[in-house]
Design a protein around this ligand. Structure first.
Ligand SMILES: Cc1cc2nc3c(=O)[nH]c(=O)nc-3n(C[C@H](O)[C@H](O)[C@H](O)COP(=O)(O)O)c2cc1C
Length: 378
């Protein structure tokens, strides 16, 4: 075992993130599972899933995106942090993660133009995939700022160690930063500084709500991979503005629902470590820890990315879902036994987009049957 750890000295070295001590560089990147029950309450299997992830040897688990605001139509299967009554449910998830020794972080989000229940909202009524979001008014934007802050407070009260603002996937925060979807002419649109105003106000209010010493991370969409969309060279100044605003770490991602299925993006994202280069650009620009995620299927690749200084943290989403023993196998020199997330398999993404729960196609048949049964029983 010691010999194998020597094989990945960087991967299994500790790091401090916003004052929190991570035992190694491996983090579960948020992965919406659809395991919550209708209405957004945790199901028994959702708790079991996070208990398993917390015990997998990862240093920290970032729990999938949790709603900061829910319309009267409900939340389907999205977990909730939108009311004080949500805190108890969140506490059960934090406890499940902690039981196995990992730190627990919770991602908070509003889907913005992808809010299928409350109706799509965004900075501007720009047609995206045939849907036109309703333009938020300035008072509504201020309400959203408070909603994120209140949700973060609940995450802290629930016993989590950190909170992460979801600035990815084209959801509400990202839609303000993008010149494609934000065409406002008021203080929240136009220049990069104005497009950043909403995320920075959310960050500031969130930091105040959780107080000193409670780290606030940020999922950062560095490139939409869309014509006229957000991307370099604006990625570096945004990273610097977020650092200045007090984020504890940046978790880098690429693409939105509009680009995920474009042939050139499918080709790009089928490559191992496909976000390592875009992440390296961010790492050059800031001094806070930076996380990369994206098909980091092999421990040796993870080690190489860290060694080359392209990231400080390795995020695993589908990779750790496919094989919850990934970390143990890496530690123990059993890399050959790792069950890999299948390239060009969109099963999990297709399932969640269709409103279903994630059943990983790489799992052995018995596990797929067992998880399906557990979800049906709930
Ligand atoms: C089914 C599915 C659900 C996801 N849910 C989230 C989410 O809730 N929040 C988020 O920031 N990213 C989410 N992601 C993106 C992952 O965190 C990650 O960046 C991406 O899948 C690449 O890492 P991987 O190759 O290890 O899966 C999701 C990805 C998939 C496939």
């Amino acid at each position: 075992m010691a010999a194998a750890q020597e094989g990945y000295p960087k991967l299994f070295s500790p790091i401090e993130v916003g004052g929190g001590k991570l035992a190694n560089r491996l983090v579960m990147a948020p992965l919406y599972t659809g395991y919550a029950a209708e209405g957004g309450r945790p199901s028994p299997y959702l708790i079991e899933h996070y208990r398993m992830m917390g015990a997998s040897g990862l240093a920290m688990v970032v729990v999938e995106s949790v709603a900061v605001k829910v319309s009267e139509a409900g939340s389907h299967r999205m977990l909730r942090a939108d009311q004080d009554g949500s805190t108890e449910d969140l506490a059960r998830i934090a406890e499940a993660v902690h039981a196995g020794g990992a730190l627990a972080c919770c991602q908070i989000n509003h889907p913005g133009r992808f809010d299928m229940l409350g109706g799509p909202v965004g900075p501007s009524p720009v047609d995206v995939s045939g849907m036109v979001p309703r333009e938020l008014t300035a008072p509504e934007i201020r309400e959203f700022v408070q909603a994120y802050a209140a949700a973060a407070r609940r995450v802290k009260e629930a016993g989590f160690d950190m909170v992460e603002l979801h600035g990815g996937t084209g959801y509400l925060l990202a839609s303000f930063v993008s010149p494609r979807t934000n065409q406002r002419t008021d203080a929240y649109g136009g220049s990069l500084e104005a497009r950043l105003r909403f995320p920075l106000e959310v960050l500031e209010a969130t930091r105040q709500a959780v107080g000193e010493g409670f780290p606030v991370g940020y999922r950062f969409l560095v490139n939409e991979w869309l014509p006229g969309g957000f991307g370099p060279p604006e990625d570096q100044p945004v990273a610097q503005a977020l650092e200045k605003g007090g984020v504890a770490y940046l978790s880098v991602m690429g693409g939105t629902y509009e680009s995920f299925f474009l042939p050139e993006v499918v080709e790009r994202t089928s490559q191992d470590g496909y976000m390592a280069e875009p992440t390296a650009r961010i790492k050059e620009a800031v001094s806070i820890p930076v996380m990369t995620a994206g098909r980091i299927s092999h421990p040796a690749l993870a080690e190489k990315i860290l060694e080359e200084g392209r990231a400080d943290l390795i995020g695993l989403a589908r990779v750790i879902l496919a094989d919850p023993d990934w970390v143990r196998k890496a530690r123990e020199g059993r890399e050959a036994e790792i069950i890999h997330c299948r390239t060009n398999c969109d099963a999990c993404m297709t399932q969640v987009m269709g409103g279903r729960s994630v059943i990983c196609a790489a799992w052995p048949k018995e596990k797929r049957t067992e998880v399906k049964q557990k979800l049906e029983e709930a």
